[in-house]
Design a binder for this molecule. Structure first.
Ligand code: ADP
Ligand code: MG
Length: 652
């Protein structure tokens, strides 16, 4: 013969109290057969709820044995107990324990979500159950819009959702008026008539008298167990399980994931202000990170572009002690002969002397100020400047004081704005000197020597003779031979010129040196930015963790209900983790949006600030924000999933 449905042997439940323990249940022996309707009665504090919680696998005995259908429950893992609750037990609580954010239908469906039934099936079955309990026109109502009796009917429908064969009702009529209480008892009797086992806890003898068996407990022990002669025991149990096969495990998992996602959205919506404030931390964090990275990259690119304007492997020899030397304009010792002699050195690939002055430039009615650069024919090669149109001036242009001028693109645009106008061959009046345009080169961006101004290039001899009236040079640009290191070349040039001049009245800019210094500085800058980014994201993350902890402690009773209807620990973990990640992801996306908006604003208002938003940094910010959600959401979510269902339910 099969073992009875429920068998308790020598069962104790003790609670810690002060230094010792108090026993809420003492040495209980109890057997309940399938199909019985049992009332457990007793005074308040006698241990009825404790017994009920153990029967429903919400709580575990301290000692003794509890067997359900021959299975010893003490040996089961939390998730196996959850499976028992999900598949065999249906709970009806005194205070209904419905989730306020869900409709009646949504509440009834929860057990089926965890059991893995298809959405369509779930809806149909939940609606049918509500319909059967006279709630057909209330399925879209939230608990707050329902009366106590109606809420209790929703909670009965929820208990039946997975086809529970054991219905556990703890003071189901305790919070109801007489009429609604009658209604609930009628439903419970119907459930028994269908073949279910119904166990009711009550302190009301009138309620208990509906049952065929009344068990009285007092002070944790069973004092009487009486049966009224059954007026026809329950029929053989019909099929009670919910119809339809559960989904494959992975489909069921995806389904639960979607439900968890939906719940997270509902919870976020229920606490909009709090959610927005938490998100604000993430939004600001992500936006500032994205902006700072963009600023860093923009600055770096600009600086690198300027360095590349200097040309590679070049040394720039300037007259004077350094850039701050006010007398450098008067230092006239750097001369063309120096350049000619340097050009003969074995470590030099090319040399171009440079002088510069500013002058007006005129073409017809158009007039502007331009930087007039006197350069050698090798200048463009040494600097690596690209020719866009026409040609560069002749190698012997310097000797013949030619008045051929090479203009930069910017000058071409300013002086010859019409698209049809070809600058090549036109005569520009530079100061008082007419010059023929022979070529257009690309504009050198900002920085050292270049500028936003118009730039013209003439042979240095022409500039010396026609504009400056002396033969000293501003600088000599030396291109170092490919196989020589610029540092060695710098030392050699210093030695050579010091010897020629008798003193060191010049200084040398080594482009490699500058490049090294600047890339060192930008690396430091990047590190700094990364540091600030990490800090601001940490602050945002801690905000998220804080809010998640609050959210978990606020929703302990919701967690208890979910566990009572069969949620696994993983389901609870997932739900809260998704909420944390969602807050962070939405915050991250808004933060990226804010950063891009700010960037557009900044480049419209202050164009010289270069911001470069690389897709990589945006993707990284996005990943980063979800990672924050996982990292900072994990602990609160794990706390939630480790809650003891009975403790969670007790908190209200
Ligand atoms: P009833 O439902 O019959 O009113 P309970 O089963 O809730 O009684 O409680 C039985 C006894 O166990 C009471 O003395 C109560 O104080 C004690 N008790 C119940 N739950 C806890 C708990 N979580 N911690 C400590 N004591 C508890
Ligand atoms: Mg109680």
């Amino acid at each position: 013969m099969a073992e009875p449905l429920i068998v308790l042997r020598g069962l104790w439940r003790e609670f810690p109290s002060g230094d010792g323990t108090i026993a809420a249940l003492r040495d209980i022996d109890l057997t309940i057969e399938a199909g019985e309707m049992v009332a457990i009665v007793g005074a308040s504090g006698s241990g009825k709820s404790t017994l009920m919680n153990i029967l429903g696998c919400l709580d575990r005995p301290t000692a003794g044995s509890y067997r359900v259908r021959g299975r010893e429950t003490a040996a089961l893992e939390p998730d196996e107990l959850a499976a028992l609750r999900r598949e065999h037990f249906g709970f009806i609580f005194q205070r209904y324990h419905l989730l306020g954010e869900l409709t009646a239908l949504g509440n009834v469906e929860i057990p089926a979500v965890y059991a893995g039934y298809r959405v369509g099936e779930r809806h149909t079955r939940a609606a049918a159950l509500l319909g059967r309990l006279g709630m057909a026109d209330r399925i879209g109502h939230r608990p707050g819009q329902l009366s106590g009796g109606q809420q209790q009917r929703v909670s009965i429908a929820r208990a039946l959702m997975n086809g529970a064969d054991v219905v556990l009702a703890d003071e189901p009529t305790g919070a109801l008026d007489r009429h609604s209480g009658e209604e609930v008892l009628r439903i419970l009797a119907e459930l028994q008539a269908e073949g279910r086992t119904v166990i009711i806890v009550t302190h009301d003898m009138a309620v208990a008298s509906r049952a065929q068996r009344i068990i009285e407990i007092s002070d944790g022990a069973i004092v009487s167990d009486s049966r009224t002669p059954a007026e026809g025991t329950a029929a053989a149990a019909p099929r009670l399980r919910a119809q339809g096969a559960p989904m494959r495990p992975w489909r069921a998992f995806l389904n639960r994931l979607r439900e968890a996602f939906r719940m997270a959205l509902l919870a976020m919506n229920a606490h909009r202000l709090r959610t927005v404030l938490t998100m604000l931390g993430i939004i600001i964090g992500i936006a500032s990170v994205v902006c700072m990275v963009a600023l860093g990259q923009g600055t770096q690119q600009r600086v690198l572009a300027e360095i590349s304007n200097l040309g590679t492997n070049t040394l720039e020899v300037f007259a004077g002690k350094d850039f701050g030397d006010v007398r450098s304009a008067k230092v006239t010792t750097l001369v063309v002969a120096d350049a000619d002699q340097l050009a003969r050195q074995p470590y030099v690939a090319g040399v171009t002397p440079t002088v510069s002055t500013s002058s007006t430039v005129r073409y017809g009615a158009r007039e502007s100020t331009a930087l007039v650069n006197g350069v050698g024919a090798q200048y463009f090669t040494v600097r690596g400047t690209k020719l866009l149109r026409g040609r560069l001036f002749d190698p012997d242009g310097a000797r013949s004081l030619s008045q051929d001028v090479v203009i930069d693109e910017e000058t071409a645009r300013t002086m010859f704005p019409d698209p049809g106008e070809d600058p090549i061959g036109q005569i520009l009046l530079v100061g008082k000197v007419p010059c023929r345009v022979v070529g257009v080169v690309e504009t050198q961006q900002g920085g050292f020597g270049g500028s936003q101004n118009l730039s013209l290039y003439l042979p240095y001899t022409t500039v010396q003779a026609r504009f400056m009236g002396n033969t000293s040079l501003r600088s000599i640009t030396v291109r170092v031979a490919d196989d020589v290191s610029t540092d060695l070349a710098e030392a050699a040039v210093t030695r050579f010129l010091t010897q020629r001049h008798g003193s060191k009245d010049f200084f040398i800019l080594n482009t490699d040196d500058i490049r090294r210094t600047i890339s060192g500085a930008t690396q430091l800058l990047s590190l700094l930015i990364a540091g600030i980014a990490v800090i601001s994201l940490m602050v945002g993350g801690i905000g998220v963790m804080n809010i998640m902890l609050v959210s978990v402690s606020e929703r302990v009773s919701e967690i208890g209900v979910r566990m009572a209807v069969g949620a696994r620990q993983g389901d609870i973990l997932q739900q809260f983790l998704i909420e944390a990640v969602l807050v962070c992801l939405i915050g991250g996306v808004l933060g990226i949006g804010l950063a891009l908006g700010l960037g557009a604003l900044v480049s419209a208002v202050v164009p010289i600030i270069g911001l470069i938003y690389s897709p990589a940094s945006i993707v990284a910010a996005f990943l980063c924000s979800s990672l924050i959600g996982v990292v900072f959401g994990y602990w609160p979510a794990r706390n939630a999933s480790r809650l003891d269902p009975v403790v969670a339910l007790a908190r209200d």
